[in-house]
Design a protein around this ligand. Structure first.
Ligand SMILES: [Zn+2]
Length: 494
């Protein structure tokens, strides 16, 4: 670490940039809402996970001991994102005519394969909702005991009105309880069971047709979607922890409800810094399935989509996302992606050039200043676009040294090399896709093992899977298998 500049984080709760002070340094608890594994993750999801990948890697770079928890939602997320409709996974299971837990396994594997493709770091703990039913029941009991929930006909609802008498419901999302109170009773979901339309289910009575259901003190049912994150963050990070992340669309009701549940159960405001990543647009319009302008990661990598002029590699997409601030929307266009492709190539070429530079007695360039600028921009709420701009200033410098217009000392050359490797590969998590390295081999190896697993899994059903697509795409990316038992490595061709 080269500067004493503090790290600032934009806190969505206070709507200000605050100096980051962990509750229990050097330990940092980081929780991110993971995917609901009922279909392929879309590119907007990847952007969100990338944001917290950078938070994780940069905090680690600053020598914090980070515990990164990212959950898998495998039950309880209903089709309307609230208390109505069918469980998303069960619906998919019905459509695909297979067990819900097979859906969970299939799309969890697909999610993992996709995260590897985009070089996202694995979380330290990846808990699932179905693995924490006992803890969820216990939290409901605590909320009931404190008087912030009520039971009706086998379901338990969080009592928002009661909670709002003492606490600030809407603190995170900016919703006002007075406005909510004005809404009419017609907006009640889940029949007339709720006392107030903003109340939300923390336990829902299961119908006969429901496949995934559990016994509870209130009868057979299913936990509410918001509950799992409160339960799992409390279990693995404590009643109060440092950073909770997620996409902007989760602020309300999901994250607002998480706060209410934790406070309702344990009387502690659970999260010190809330961070929210912004959305993805396409050619200036909101990305949406119905408009036909939403992409799956694989469509981008294959170029197999009417809006795409060519295929773009996973690292091009990663670099493209990092060229925007995580709090801004990112607009997807072929022009922007092509520019990102060129930019990444230029950066990686400069890193190769560093290896060829020869050192002189003295430096005419200021490496420390460059390093400080990069650290300071990252410490300004993980500002990756500014950091990348500084790295490009350095590229000019590298080329000037290479042309003999500037000179660099031995120790500065070492610093320059470390700096570019640390920032490009460790912090920004980019990868040179044209080079075969042992780590990329390993990644592809793991990816292919997953694919083989999924293919075995879905042998009886010749359905379209992430795995099949990824296998085909790897071929197109010139990655082929070397069928050698001694060194079963994957090799990039050309
Ligand atoms: Zn969540």
């Amino acid at each position: 670490m080269s500067t004493d500049h503090p790290l600032y984080i934009y806190n969505s709760l206070t709507k200000t940039k605050e100096v980051f002070e962990p509750i229990n340094p050097p330990f940092v608890g980081l929780y991110t809402c993971g995917p609901t594994v009922y279909n392929e993750v879309h590119l907007g999801n990847i952007r969100t996970f990338l944001t917290f990948d950078i938070v994780y890697s940069y905090l680690t770079h600053l020598n914090y001991k980070v515990r990164y928890v990212r959950n898998i939602t495998d039950v309880g997320h209903l089709t309307d994102d609230q208390d109505a409709g069918e469980d998303k996974i069960e619906k998919r299971a019905r459509l695909e005519k297979i067990e819900p837990m097979k859906i969970v396994q299939k799309y969890t594997n697909g999610f993992h394969a996709t995260t590897k493709l985009f070089n996202l770091l694995e979380p330290n703990i990846e808990p699932s909702a179905t693995g924490h039913i006992i803890e969820q029941i216990e939290m409901i009991e605590r909320i009931l005991k404190n008087g912030y929930a009520y039971e009706v006909n086998g379901s338990v609802y969080f009592d928002v009105k009661k909670y709002a008498e003492k606490y600030n419901y809407g603190e995170l999302s900016g919703r006002k309880i007075e406005d909510l109170l004005e809404q009419t009773r017609e907006e009640l979901e889940g029949g007339d069971e709720k006392r107030f339309f903003a109340d939300f289910a923390i336990w829902k009575k299961a119908s006969k047709a429901t496949i995934m259901k559990w016994n509870s003190p209130w009868g057979i049912g299913v936990p509410g979607w918001h509950l799992e994150c409160s339960v799992m963050s409390t279990k693995y990070l404590g009643k109060e922890f440092d950073i909770h992340g997620g996409g902007m669309d989760l602020k309300f009701p999901h994250h607002e409800c998480e706060i209410a549940q934790s406070v309702g159960a344990d009387k502690k405001n659970p999260v010190k810094y809330w961070m929210h990543g912004n959305m993805l647009t396409v050619n200036g319009t909101k990305m949406s399935k119905s408009l036909g302008n939403s992409f799956l990661p694989m469509e981008l990598i294959t170029g197999n989509h009417p809006l795409l002029e060519q295929a773009y590699s996973p690292m091009t997409v990663r670099f493209f996302f990092l060229q925007a601030n995580y709090r801004s929307t990112v607009d997807f266009s072929n022009e922007a992606l092509k520019a990102a492709e060129k930019g990444l190539k230029r950066l990686l070429e400069a890193i190769n050039t560093i290896d060829k530079l020869s050192a002189n007695e003295t430096s005419t360039v200021d490496i420390d200043a460059l390093i400080n600028k990069c650290e300071e921009s990252m410490k300004d709420d993980f500002n990756t676009p500014i950091t990348i701009a500084h790295l490009f200033d350095g590229v000019k410098m590298i080329n000037s040294i290479n042309d003999g217009k500037e000179s660099i000392s031995t120790s500065d050359l070492e610093k320059l090399k470390n700096h570019y490797h640390t920032f490009t590969f460790d912090i920004l998590g980019l990868r040179n896709e044209e080079q075969t390295t042992s780590s990329s081999n390993q990644t592809v190896d793991e990816l292919m093992n997953l694919i083989i697993d999924i293919r075995n899994e879905s042998k009886e059903k010749k359905d379209w899977t992430t795995a099949d697509l990824i296998r085909d795409e790897l071929k197109k990316l010139h990655i082929s298998i070397q069928d050698n038992k001694e060194s079963s490595t994957w090799k990039y061709e050309n």
